[in-house]
Write a protein that binds this ligand. Structure first.
Ligand code: SF4
Ligand code: SF4
Length: 284
């Protein structure tokens, strides 16, 4: 089963929920798809064993063979090419490596491709003391790079679907979140009971539904704010699977990088129950 943990906005506790959930599931796998700011490692302390570069194909123009016909720039959805009378300019930061320009170019050899590094995937284990542990995979987008999706795809290729795979998505509802949630069996949306939390939850629910992924909610800091999120979930028939109050004990554990399930037996039980609830939702 693949469970994506997402949120319409940052700062809701998405990674905290993902980390505690993965520690509550036997034989789980944690994939950090928040490649612009992966921070699950701060709580899970993995032993990273291998690192693999992530590259995308970047077009190279042979000006001797190019006729400046402009078809490549017309076809590029990302405005990564500009054709002038003198030359074709490639903007590497905008290029998604889709290969369309090479495909449409009518002049053989005018466009070739080189591999350009944009990030890396690190793979390791979270040891549990008895020789076993949890598989840990983390994507990191290189500094100054802007196209996160190929790195997320590279992380997801490590998913072992015989196990429970926890995907920690980027916050928001842009391409990185969409790419992470796409193909998951369930999407757990972490939010808080505030007007911002409601607005961003509505956007995230819209994405999950467009992707055909069933979703449920974790309501963090449930004892602040108002009832609008709970009312929205009732109307939309979305299950609130876990409510987490604003507790000093949890804040202290978080500030020390200690997962709640290791700091509190109560939360060990609650996250175990959350996993069971997700299984029931998927079965339904
Ligand atoms: S499509 Fe090919 S020939 Fe035409 S401008 Fe682009 S690179 Fe040059
Ligand atoms: S590979 Fe795709 S994104 Fe990159 S320049 Fe060519 S058409 Fe544009």
């Amino acid at each position: 089963m693949i469970i994506a943990i997402a949120s319409g906005k940052g700062g809701t506790g998405k990674t905290t929920v993902a980390v505690n959930l993965v520690l509550s599931v036997p034989d789980a796998q944690y994939l950090d798809c928040d490649v612009e700011e992966p921070n699950g490692h701060l709580f899970l302390h993995p032993d990273l064993q291998t690192r693999h570069p992530v590259t995308v194909p970047l077009p190279q123009i042979n000006e001797q063979l190019c006729t400046r016909c402009g078809r490549c720039a017309e076809a590029c959805e990302f405005n990564a090419l500009a054709v002038t009378r003198q030359r074709v300019r490639v903007f590497p930061d905008l290029c998604h490596g889709c290969g369309v320009c090479s495909y449409v170019c009518p002049e053989p050899g005018a466009i070739t491709e080189i591999e350009r590094r944009i990030g890396e995937v690190a793979v390791g284990r979270i040891p549990n003391g008895d020789g076993g542990g949890i598989d840990f995979v983390q994507g990191t987008l290189d500094v100054r790079e802007v196209v996160a999706v190929p790195v997320i795809k590279a992380v997801k290729r490590h998913a072992d679907t015989r196990r429970t795979v926890i995907l920690d998505a980027a916050p928001g509802t842009a391409c990185p979140m969409v790419q992470t949630v796409r193909g998951a069996d369930y999407c757990l949306l972490v939010t808080e009971p505030t007007p911002f939390g409601l607005n961003d939850l509505q956007l995230a629910v819209g994405v999950a539904r467009a992707l055909g992924v069933p979703c449920g909610v974790v309501l963090n800091r449930c004892d602040i704010g108002d009832d609008a999120v709970a009312e929205y979930c009732r109307q939309e028939m979305i299950s609130i699977l876990l409510e987490i109050p604003f507790e000093r004990e949890l804040a202290v554990a978080y500030s020390q990088g200690i997962p709640w399930v290791q700091a509190s037996p109560v939360y060990r039980e609650r996250f175990h129950a959350l996993h069971q609830a997700i299984r029931q939702e998927v079965a339904r």
